[in-house]
Design a protein around this ligand. Structure first.
Ligand code: GDP
Ligand code: ZN
Length: 458
């Protein structure tokens, strides 16, 4: 069977903040070997793990220290060659490794694609595959809408519109320079250019702001429940699971079993990944200190921070407040059925502007309010995901960021009154970055389009 090599970030069971970039397919070992500085992955034995560095093949820059496992077909989850790159440095570096792997020729895996391959290659049976695929598909209805909208080409229509706006600007400057005798074409001024670039810049910025929500809809909001022992973390977890029909999957793999639980809270999929230090964190600060805890907690999109109404605030509570400072969290003051010992003013002061919800989980009170707070945090009210254009592809997000940066360079140039033909270089780069999103980059097509734009030389 002809297949390409796919890659994606997957979160393992394990210790601390480890993330894995997993590759599967005929080129998996080759692609990993290109960026791996360590043993020659081509020759290592199957099912072995190796320490080394990930090095950008172009810049020779070291991106990450990693452990790489090599598993040759057919004794793997997908029955293809599988490589797992274990990164410990958090989301930024794992994304960087993923980007390099994609640049090296792998394709970003679709949700469920590893499972699909396992099925196609006979590793699991249809009902197992379907269960996993259903889960992935039905995480929420909203996620479905986003996927459909994207297939509908909404994103590419928007990108084309931005490119057209930029192209008109580029063409305009070009005409001013190359054909100064065309006086029926108005001279492009610094102000006009500023207005045009800002317009497109702001629209891209908006798209990127929505990208975060897009990712959440697709992958679920990775959620940590933290608090001192006995405050009610497990009770909270159970409540969320029971009220919202958690879907538990076990994906059997050869090297490890991954267990994830999704709960759908008012359209927000919470992903409670059973990774030490992420799902339920009792004495994380105790174990690894405030700074390191912050690093771990930063990896989650949302933190549910539980306090006990029946006890005074302790030093450990305060340390947890320190660890979550600046992150997105909701304070849950639990056990309100018992007498009050907690100073709520002190809690309000420490929580700053983050929401505080009071609950009695034992009496099932406050759960609605909590669910509303979770939904509000990410949808800011009743935002209807179906009407929005989301970007959730890593590559697209990356290119949009680059496009935005190039426009900012252009705007900075305008600010310094740089000549327009220099500013134009950054505008052209923006046009190219956007083109990569929709797969249209040929630089001579710029020239073609310039001409079709103005019908010069007629
Ligand atoms: P964890 O250690 O933070 O996971 O806390 P648990 O969820 O295991 O709860 C610790 C104890 O507190 C258990 O006996 C729970 O039944 C109890 N508990 C949880 N929520 C409440 C509540 O709202 N009120 C009262 N009175 N007890 C609670
Ligand atoms: Zn517990």
């Amino acid at each position: 069977m002809e297949t390409d090599t796919i890659a994606a970030i997957s979160t393992p069971i394990g210790e601390g903040a480890i993330s894995i970039v997993r590759l599967s397919g005929p080129e998996a070992i080759e692609i990993a070997a290109q960026i791996f500085d360590g043993k020659d992955l081509h020759t290592v034995a199957s099912h072995t793990i190796h320490y080394g560095k990930i090095v950008d093949p172009k810049t020779r820059e070291i991106a990450e220290e990693v452990m790489v496992s090599v598993m040759r077909a057919p004794k793997t989850f997908t029955r293809e060659d599988v490589v797992e790159i274990n990164c410990h440095g958090g989301l930024v570096s794992v994304n960087k490794v993923l980007e390099m792997v994609l640049a090296g020729g792998a394709r970003l895996a679709e949700p469920g694609e590893f499972t699909k391959r396992a099925f196609l290659n006979g590793r699991i049976d249809l009902s197992q595959a379907e269960a996993v695929m259903d889960l992935i598909r039905a995480k929420t209805d909203k996620a479905m809408h986003v996927a459909l909208k994207q297939m509908d080409g909404r994103l590419s229509r928007l990108i084309k519109k931005y490119r057209q706006e930029l192209l008109e600007t580029i063409a305009h400057v070009e005409v001013n320079i190359d054909y100064p005798e065309y006086d029926d074409v108005e001279e492009m001024s610094n102000d006009m250019m500023r207005e045009k670039t800002k317009q497109v810049h702001d629209q891209i910025e908006q798209l990127l702001a929505l990208a975060k929500q897009g990712k959440i809809l697709r992958e679920g909001l990775s959620t940590a429940i933290i608090g001192r022992p006995n405050v009610g973390k497990s009770s909270l977890m159970n409540t969320l699971v029971q009220e919202n029909k958690a879907i538990v999957t076990e994906i059997p793999g050869t090297t490890r079993d991954i267990i994830e639980e999704y709960v759908n809270v008012r359209g927000v999929p919470l992903r409670l990944v059973d990774t030490a230090g992420i799902r339920e964190t009792e004495d994380i600060v105790e174990k690894i200190g405030v700074e390191r805890s912050r690093q771990v907690l930063k990896e989650s999109d949302l933190i549910l921070f539980v306090l006990n109404y029946h006890e005074e605030l302790t030093e450990d509570d305060k340390k947890l407040f320190e660890a979550v400072e600046g992150l997105q969290y909701i304070v849950i003051v639990n056990k309100t059925d018992l007498s009050q010992h907690l100073d709520m003013n002190q809690v309000k002061e420490l929580a700053k502007s983050q929401p505080i919800i009071t609950t009695s989980l034992i009496e099932e009170k406050g759960v609605d309010e909590l669910e509303k707070a979770i939904a509000d945090t990410f949808f800011e009210g009743d935002l209807d995901a179906g009407d929005m254009t989301y970007v959730s592809n890593v590559r697209h997000i990356q290119l949009l960021k680059q496009a935005k940066q190039a426009l900012e360079d252009a705007m900075a140039g305008l600010e310094m009154n740089m000549p327009l033909d220099l500013v134009q270089i950054d505008v052209t780069r923006t046009w190219e970055f956007l083109g990569e999103i929709i797969g249209d980059t040929a630089s001579d097509s710029l020239i073609d389009q310039l001409f079709s734009q103005f019908c010069l030389g007629k």
